[in-house]
Design a protein around this ligand. Structure first.
Ligand SMILES: NC(=O)c1ccc[n+]([C@@H]2O[C@H](COP(=O)([O-])OP(=O)(O)OC[C@H]3O[C@@H](n4cnc5c(N)ncnc54)[C@H](OP(=O)(O)O)[C@@H]3O)[C@@H](O)[C@H]2O)c1
Length: 299
């Protein structure tokens, strides 16, 4: 099968499409013929050598496709079913992927739109760990990206009041997700206080843009703040950093179907690329102005 891989760290040009042996599912896993695979910020951080030292590396934690082989003991789906889920080996950007955790794709989602497990899982995990619930007042810093868009909608569905930071061009978009927008950058705290004089009681940093001190002040203490993107800042300011390998919110996928079908959740596909153009997808993503998901279309 064809798969995206890199054998040295560097810019997008180190990405290549290679032939690898077809993978097979272990007990409890399924193999899918991949139709769509998400491209995420962790992909270019890995490619740059910022996350681990393994070489060569295949790529991609999430994919959507059609089940074509069942591991022993799998009874909840069958060959031909449309599923999305996680490749714990990080090998989803390929023609075939083994998924260790999966769920049926909501009927109204086409394949590119179904490449959303990572954003949904990350957002759910962050909201769970922060304790976002009915009546919470939540600030999401970086609300217009893929994780931010998911976090806003999932928090609104829990009954939270959500204020989100984005550049002004994305303010109407944030309103459409159910958030009240404020512009990030200098003066953000003052703009937020003008919008919500009673302040917020929780803050989620998705952008990693170096604003943890402001978020701590706005939310009333470091224990009220969580980041998924600012590891150094979390250590410096005593804020929780949430990482997937410490335990994923796998229940998130099963829950997203009902929200999607009732019109309360959608994640826009910002751009699609053929698998062979994975390097271009990295270039677009690294520019940092993507609204929604970047998706590799396979097959
Ligand atoms: N720890 C984990 O488990 C985990 C899991 C998944 C992702 N992550 C991390 O989460 C981060 C976000 O991922 P993502 O997929 O949501 O990224 P993304 O989709 O690429 O985010 C792009 C968004 O960032 C916004 N942005 C850029 N500069 C900003 C700033 N200074 N302040 C606020 N927002 C800003 C942009 O908003 P505008 O266009 O409106 O300016 C853009 O919409 C990445 O660092 C990723 O590595 C962590």
């Amino acid at each position: 099968m064809k798969a995206a891989r890199f054998s040295r760290f560097g810019g997008p040009e180190v990405l290549e499409i290679v032939d690898l042996p077809d993978p097979h599912p272990a007990p409890g896993q399924v193999r899918i013929a991949v139709r769509a695979a998400g491209v995420n910020a962790s992909d270019w951080k890995k490619r740059q050598g910022l996350m681990d030292e393994e070489l060569p590396q295949t790529m991609g934690y999430e994919a959507a496709g059609v089940v074509d082989e069942l591991g022993a003991g799998v009874t909840d789906v069958t060959v031909g079913d449309r599923v999305f889920g996680f490749s714990t080996e990080g090998a989803a950007q390929a023609e075939l992927a083994v998924l260790s955790h999966y769920a049926p794709i909501p009927p109204s989602l086409d394949f590119p739109a179904a490449a959303l497990p990572a954003a949904v899982e990350t957002a759910t995990r962050a909201l769970d760990q922060l304790g976002v619930a009915d009546g919470s007042r939540l600030l999401v810093n970086g609300a217009s990206g893929s994780v931010g868009s998911a976090a806003v909608q999932l928090a609104v569905a829990r009954g939270a009041r959500v204020i989100g930071t984005a550049s002004p061009a994305n303010h109407a978009y944030l309103r459409s997700l159910g958030a009240e927008p404020v512009a990030y950058g200098e003066g953000m705290a003052e703009r937020l206080r003008a919008l919500a004089p009673e302040g917020v009681d929780l803050a989620l940093d998705v952008a990693g843009s170096g604003v943890l001190p402001e978020l701590i002040e706005l939310a009333g203490g470091p224990e009220q703040v969580l980041t998924v993107a600012d590891f150094a800042g979390a250590q410096k300011y005593g804020v929780r950093f949430s990482r997937g390998d410490a335990g994923r919110a796998l229940h998130a996928l099963a829950g997203i179907g009902e929200l999607t079908e009732s019109g309360r959740f959608s994640l826009p596909v910002a751009q699609t690329f053929p698998l062979a153009e994975v390097a271009e997808a990295h270039r677009v993503g690294e520019a940092g102005r993507v609204r929604g998901k970047l998706v590799l279309v396979v097959g």
